[in-house]
Every structure is written in structure tokens, then in C-alpha cells.
Design a protein around this ligand. Structure first.
Ligand code: GZL
Length: 345
């Protein structure tokens, strides 16, 4: 390990600087959490339900909309005190945040698990502390389902199947049901339930078609930059790609840039069919112009549903284990009406 050598003057300066920084942090009340409301609200105000939310990151337009839906629901006006933290895609940060929520004795913990596995210990600690945990957006893979109270999210396997069924229909309409179809897949964050589910769902349908050749599939982390990088590598390796399955719109935006730079064409009049997921506004506009052939919606507007579950729990009502939000499939045939519908994301 490399050691940095300081001379004695640098040592003293470093110590003074460190003390000044520590002083500012203590006086400034620096903490892990951002309280969305003004600081005048005290989390121990008996009338407010204290909700600790660990959001996994801010990697995509979808995630931004998901965060906005949480912040719009858990307000003081609605009877909540919100503690919010962005884990920046790191499970370790989510562990730390959840443990802080436990030590602050919040009333509810809500979190979007960045990956499916590794949650048993921290969820057992929350259960020990008697704090109900609600999963948002993505799910977890654990033996003991009592470690979380409910999930409000999406059925990702169904989303993947919708993509496969749409491709079946599209090929049939084009008279290409029996033709060899070369497919590449841009996958989201490895081990995220959205990635796992969409992959399983699409692969299930693809396995029914021996003429569908999945040439390659690579993780591109749900980001536009990685989506472009992976698509560039696919285009170099495979001159005859017919279909791109991109597991979120941000990766699609990057992939479209790469395809455009390669000189190939996309969409309803192009050589390469683009199948995307999320259906954020910017992508739906591309569906309307024919660049994206189909967008499988994944609804980020989950805050109000989570708030409803909390209200039911507060009232002692029976709740379901899983709540899936309503989701649609958008093509050029129905997207215009949706865009006129004052969509919020
Ligand atoms: C899906 C969500 C995924 C989105 C991506 O519910 O977990 O994560 O599809 C986001 O845009 O990054």
C-alpha cells in the first residue's frame, strides 16, 4: 500500500484543516439524510409519521420520476416527516442508511433494493426493532418473506413477456415469422430484479422461437453512456442485427446514438427494430416519431401507492404482500393519445 510522507509543517497544517472541517460538520449538522421539508419540522412531532426512504440512485429518467413521486407523497401536509437518502447505486450505502433509520426509530422504512440479494441481515435488524419495511420498485430474494411487509413495484417478468409477445406479432405482420431474426440485448444493472425479470420474461418467449438468434447480451447498468458503449461493441461484432432489446430508455438513448453513428437505420421504417422499457416522456416522443418501435411501460409513480399501504397499516387493515402498478405498452398506434394525457413523467 502506498504511504504519503508528510514533513512536519504539512502535518500541522493538515491537522488544523481537519479540525476546521470537523467543526463545520458538527455545527452544520451534517447528516446522511436530506429532509425534503423545511428544518422547522421536527421528526418527533407526534402527529407526523416518520418515513425513512433509501433510494438506490439517480441513474435514469425513470429513477428521477420515482424519487419525485416519493417526495410528492411523503410531505408534512400529508402527515409525514420524510428522511430521504440516495445510495448512488451502492448496496453498502443502503445498509448504512437502513441502520441509521433503525437507530433513529423511524415509523416505516421504504427502500428500492439496488440488487435482489444480500438483505437478510439488515432486514432482520429492522424486524427486531419492530419497524415495518416496504419494498419500492424492485424486489429482494430472501427465504423469510416476513422480513418485509409489502412490495409496491412492477412485475418485471410480465414486462419481458410483453416485449416478446409484441415482437412475435410484429414479425407476423411483416411476414417474417419464419425468418432468422438476430437479436442483441442491453441488460440493466446485474442482479437487479428489473434486469432479472425482464431477461427471464423475454427469454421465455424467445425459447418458443428457434429462428430467434440472441447473438449477445451484456449488462449496461441502465445508463445511457454504458448503453452506447455496449451497442458500439455489438455493432462492431455483428453486421446483421435485426432487433435491439434495451431494458430501459436511458440505455436505448445511448444505443440509438451508437446505431446512428454506425450509419444503420432504426424504427418502424428502419433496418433495426428497437424494443425499449420504461416509457419515459422523451422515449414516447421517439415512439411517436417512429424511432422506437415499442416501449414497455414501467410506472415510477409509486409514492402514492406506498402512502396508501402505510395508511392501511396505520388503520390496522389487512394488506397484500405485493402491489403491482398499472402499466401499458406503447407503439405509434396509441402513443399520441398518451402524450396528450398530461403524463407526469
Ligand atoms: C424498474 C426500475 C429500473 C428502470 C430503470 O422498475 O428498477 O431501474 O427500468 C431504472 O430505468 O434504472
Amino acid at each position: 500500500m502506498k504511504h504519503f510522507k508528510f514533513n512536519k509543517y504539512t502535518d500541522i497544517a493538515a491537522m488544523i484543516l481537519l479540525l476546521v472541517i470537523l467543526l463545520f460538520m458538527i455545527l452544520g449538522g451534517c447528516s446522511l439524510f436530506q429532509n425534503i421539508e423545511d428544518e422547522s419540522v421536527n421528526e418527533h412531532d407526534e402527529n407526523l409519521i416518520v418515513v425513512g426512504v433509501s433510494q438506490l440512485g439517480s441513474e435514469s429518467g425513470w429513477r428521477t420520476a420515482n424519487t419525485e413521486s416519493v417526495q410528492a407523497s411523503f410531505t408534512k401536509k400529508n402527515g409525514y416527516f420524510l428522511l430521504f437518502n440516495n445510495a448512488r447505486q451502492k448496496q453498502e450505502n443502503q445498509f448504512k442508511t437502513i441502520r441509521s433509520f433503525i437507530s433513529r426509530r423511524v415509523d416505516y422504512i421504504v427502500f428500492a433494493p439496488v440488487v435482489e440479494t444480500g438483505w437478510e441481515t439488515v432486514l432482520s435488524e429492522a424486524k427486531e426493532a419492530g419497524i415495518p419495511v416496504i419494498l419500492m420498485d424492485r424486489s429482494v430474494t430472501i427465504e423469510d418473506k416476513s422480513l418485509y411487509t409489502a412490495l409496491v413495484g412492477s412485475n418485471f417478468v410480465e414486462e419481458g413477456e410483453k416485449a416478446g409477445r409484441w415482437l412475435e406479432k410484429d414479425l407476423e405482420e411483416k411476414g417474417r415469422s419464419e425468418k432468422d431474426i438476430n437479436i442483441v440485448i442491453l441488460k440493466g444493472t446485474q442482479g437487479a430484479s428489473a434486469q432479472v425479470g425482464r431477461t427471464v420474461g423475454f427469454s421465455t418467449i424467445a425459447s418458443e422461437h428457434s429462428n430467434w438468434n440472441i447473438l449477445d447480451q451484456e449488462y449496461a447498468d441502465f445508463t445511457s453512456a454504458k448503453g452506447k458503449e455496449v451497442m458500439e461493441s455489438f455493432l462492431k461484432k455483428y453486421p446483421d442485427i435485426d432487433v435491439v432489446i434495451s431494458q430501459n430508455d436511458d440505455m436505448t438513448f445511448g444505443a440509438l446514438e451508437a446505431i446512428k453513428e454506425s450509419g444503420r437505420t432504426v424504427g418502424i421504417d428502419g433496418e433495426i427494430t428497437i424494443i425499449s422499457f420504461d416509457a419515459v416522456m422523451e422515449a414516447l416522443e421517439m415512439v411517436a416519431e417512429g424511432t422506437i418501435n415499442v416501449d414497455i411501460e414501467c410506472n415510477p409513480d409509486q409514492g402514492k401507492y406506498i402512502s396508501e399501504v402505510i395508511r392501511m397499516l396505520e388503520a390496522g387493515e389487512e394488506i397484500e404482500k405485493e402491489y403491482y402498478v398499472e402499466e401499458d405498452v406503447f407503439t405509434i398506434d396509441n402513443v399520441t393519445e398518451e402524450l396528450l394525457n398530461k403524463r407526469t413523467y
